[in-house]
Design a protein around this ligand. Sequence first.
Ligand code: AFP
Length: 391
Amino acid sequence: MAKQAPHAFVSLGAPKLRSTNIWGRVSVSVLPLETRHQRRFGAVRLRAALDLPMTLGQWVLQQERQHPETADLAPLITATATAGKQIASLVARAGVSNLTGLQGSVNVQGEEQKKLDVLTNEVLKNALRSTGKLGVLASEEENEPVSLMEEAYTGDFIAAFDPLDGSSNLDAAIATGTIFGVMRSGEHCLTGPEDADISQRQMQCLVQTLQPGANLVAAGYILYSSSVIFMLSIGHGVQGFSLDPAIGEFVLTHPDVRVPERGKIYSFNEANSDNWDPVLQEYIRSMKKKGYSSRYIGSLVGDVHRTLIYGGVFGYPGDKKNPNGKLRLLYECAPMAYLMEQAGGIATTGKQRILDIVPRDVHQREPFICGSPRDVEDLLKIYQGSMAMRG
Ligand code: AFP
């Protein structure tokens, strides 16, 4: 019985190569077709490969052209991104490098410092110091604003940051983040009356850090999670950059972030709910009735990032035990509020816009509620209603 010829390849109209196969029949080779396909899809792949998202460095240069008034922020942004990459690497390797656990010291707020709290504070400080752009630096991990009498601290900017927020989650490999805000100093921090002594000058530096969030000229956070994401605003919307491990650069993956008008998630530490005021309790009950879901990480950067991307509301309110809540105004609430507003959202204490609060203290705490405009407005309406009732 004659062997049956294998099924000839179906042509899609491409030019064909004819050849004889082992059965002596003419067969249509797939080669030209494959070549065409390879050429076509190879070209598409090549284009896709060349169509790389903009790097943070390219974006910074673009901003310098589009918004020249922000040009002097460039070194600070670049330095923060570099520190973010170093911190991301420290966080990712914490388990293997024996960097989990406590440092054995306590910060000014009475919190036990993790090894990485201390290390990341140095990383960020050194990166910002090298820019020569900073006059003063305030950190969660520093008792007082740092205005060392050093040449490096001679710039016109003030930075406030939390180098590793959510570090209590670290040993369980849960998301953490760096939060920062940048303001301009009214006058050179270390200049002053000729006869001013060091403590007077330092006092002057301290006073300059106590500016409301409305004075921020840049703010952002870096999230260390399943990917490393740098969300940044310099006053022209919010841009999100992801760290591309293939090239070791942040690339623009979330251009012009807008928080959804309304979300489906509320995010509060409900364990505190018995101590909340009745308005907030009523608000959360109404959210449950509307079918909202609850999500809470206990890591501000992770919780705010989810709220920015998916919408909804996040809050750490005051309660009977802690009337001002837990979050620090200067380097947690204000930068997050700035980002939230730049993305079209709202950030409030429930009674006051976060960005309007003038700090009295570097480590001052404030109730903080932020998120989708419609969701936060619902809460504000209940607060306004209750105030009207009380007359
Ligand atoms: P840690 O830096 O001590 O982990 O605190 C994190 C944080 O300041 C903030 O990131 C969270 O939103 C908040 O505390 C969580 O606080 P609760 O554990 O009381 O919910």
